[in-house]
Design a protein around this ligand. Structure first.
Ligand code: PEP
Ligand code: MG
Length: 544
């Protein structure tokens, strides 16, 4: 039994077989070979395996979402047979006498660059496909699990780190737990684990990676952050007991379903859920959320290999709205950039991506992408009670520009005879210190604010949320952050607008009373935390 220690980010345990996941950016070494023929043979075998994987993926996606979605894997299958690509790989193996994975990696890079340099935006987007197919062949050559692999059985995913895109494209039904060697508790991977209610341990250390192999047995303790390799019977039993005790706690909370989130002295607050996908809707309904306070719509983009169309997005938004049966659903427009990188957007490499073109900035720079989402949102608004929220606002002019765009699209829809709900609220995330500091100017322009404490903390305390080394300097209860929340709350209320909190701090029950005393109107939390927060609210007496 070997024990590794990281940070537990979701209170649950899991025991199961390991699948070691190789990242998108696999480091491939150049090795000389005296036998190019055997490398060519390895290459053929890897391509056959890649083809089997792609066929399975296409089948699975076709069954789950329809043929348009599966098309991308068919494109990948065609690329697998591309003569130019294959000839270039083979030529490099034979003439330079190098290992197959190196030849594939170099050729992949060259082809991806070639596509990225093309004028046509469709061809540019193919650059990401070349990278995907290249990574898949390399994963098959190195016998590792690619980040886009089909998981054949339930497994504990172990990876160096996981990007939000990699996490989003995993088959959630087959993931027992996540363990990463690197990463921080505030990362989107940690947030996704919480919203999917899957045990996760982040930052378990690099030694873990050299100690584990596919198929090894492991126990993951999301309470303590322990990762126990080849656990004995006693450990497995202890894990199961911990899990059932936690389940019992959650079961007891189920008695709060249908009850109001109201304090002892009668102050009512709305407790909503954060989601990243329609797949989370089961948890939302099970935990009796009073609405969706944050739908991270960018995951719709991250799960895919090409831009989701207006119709595809409309169908997803409509489904969420209809499932909520008239309860408020706040959909955040796409927050791509920073750690949420999406290959086919072909974003420029930035030195400091968290301070770069992300969220609303990207949408303003790429209106052709933004317009598709806004049209889909407005069309879907006719099917429920929707709010649209914009991330990463720092300037008044950004919001003016966005509201102008929305006005134009509404006119366009009217011209086309397409209905939308004119009751749709618009709001912004308060997640930059600037937005809190000018909240008195932003409040008159919108219907609501929602405080994104994850980014507000990152930007206020100058602590990169991806960098675990900054965690000791990142006090989430820091008075600077709480003062900004207070400031935004006062601005909202003095203009008669409502304000919620949708960052992870919303489920920190040691702050619930503080937020209630500030006058916060809504707390939006991972679905599994809704009843825990309702329980905390119902024990508070603000008259004391
Ligand atoms: C936040 O920043 O607090 C937030 C809710 O958004 P995200 O975590 O997706 O950046
Ligand atoms: Mg944010």
């Amino acid at each position: 039994m070997t024990v590794f220690k990281g940070k537990g980010v979701n209170k649950a345990t899991a025991v199961g077989k390991i699948a070691v996941l190789t990242g998108q950016e696999t480091v491939v070494k150049r090795e000389r070979t005296d036998c190019p023929d055997s490398e060519l043979e390895r290459l053929e075998k890897a391509k056959t395996e890649a083809e089997i994987q792609l066929k399975e993926l296409a089948k699975k996606v076709r069954e789950e979402t329809g043929s348009a979605e599966a098309e991308i894997f068919e494109i990948h299958m065609m690329m697998l047979e591309d003569e130019d690509y294959n000839n270039a790989v083979k030529e490099m193996i034979t003439s330079q006498k190098v290992n197959a994975e190196y030849a594939v990696a170099v050729t992949g890079d060259n082809f991806a660059q070639m596509f990225a340099d093309m004028e046509d935006s469709y061809m540019q987007a193919r650059s990401a496909d070349v990278k995907d197919i290249t990574n898949r062949i390399i994963a098959c050559l190195t016998d590792s699990t690619s980040s886009q692999a089909v998981l054949r059985e339930p497994v504990v995913i172990i990876a160096d780190d996981l990007s939000p895109a990699e996490t989003a494209s995993l088959d959630k039904g087959k993931v027992l737990a996540f363990v990463t060697a690197k990463g921080s508790v505030n990362s989107h991977t940690a947030i996704l684990a919480r919203s999917m209610d899957i045990p996760a341990v982040i930052g378990a250390g690099e030694e873990l990676l050299s100690a584990v192999r596919d198929g090894d047995f492991v126990a993951v303790d999301g309470f303590t952050g322990e990762v126990i390799l080849n656990p004995d019977e006693k450990t497995v039993k202890a894990m199961a007991q911990k899990l059932s005790a936690e389940k019992e706690k959650k079961r007891l909370l189920q008695s709060l379903k249908g009850k109001a989130s109201v304090t002892v002295d009668g102050r009512k607050i709305s407790i909503c859920a954060n989601i990243g996908s329609v797949d989370n809707m089961g948890e939302v309904l099970l935990n009796d959320a009073e609405g969706i306070g944050l739908f991270r719509s960018e995951f719709l983009y991250l799960e895919k290999n090409d831009f989701p169309t207006e119709q595809e997005q409309f169908a997803v938004y409509r489904r969420v709205l209809e499932s909520m049966g008239g309860k408020k659903v706040i959909i955040r427009t796409l927050d791509i950039g920073a750690d949420k990188q999406c290959g086919y957007f072909n974003l420029k490499k930035e030195e400091n991506p968290a301070l770069g073109i992300r969220g609303a900035r990207l949408c303003l720079n790429r209106p052709e992408i933004f317009r598709v989402q806004l049209r889909a949102l407005l069309r879907a608004s006719a099917y429920g009670n929707m709010g649209i929220m914009f991330p990463m606002i720092t300037n008044v002019w950004e919001l003016e520009e966005i509201l102008r765009l929305i006005k134009g699209i509404k006119k366009e829809l009217e011209g086309e005879g397409i209905s939308y709900s004119d009751k749709t609220e618009t709001g912004i995330m308060i997640e930059t210190p600037a937005s809190a500091l000018i909240s008195h100017r932003l409040a008159p322009m919108v219907d609501f604010f929602s405080v994104g404490t994850n980014d507000l903390t990152q930007y206020t305390l100058a602590c990169d949320r991806q960098n675990s080394d900054t965690e000791p300097f990142c006090d989430t209860h820091h008075e600077a952050v709480l003062s900004l929340v207070k400031m935004a709350c006062e601005s909202a209320h003095s203009h008669g607008k409502w304000i919620g909190i949708c960052g992870e701090l919303a489920s920190d029950t040691s702050l619930t009373e503080y937020f209630l005393r500030l006058g916060i109107d809504e707390l939006s939390v991972p679905p599994a935390d809704v009843l825990k927060v309702r329980d905390a609210v119902r024990r508070i007496d603000l008259s004391e």
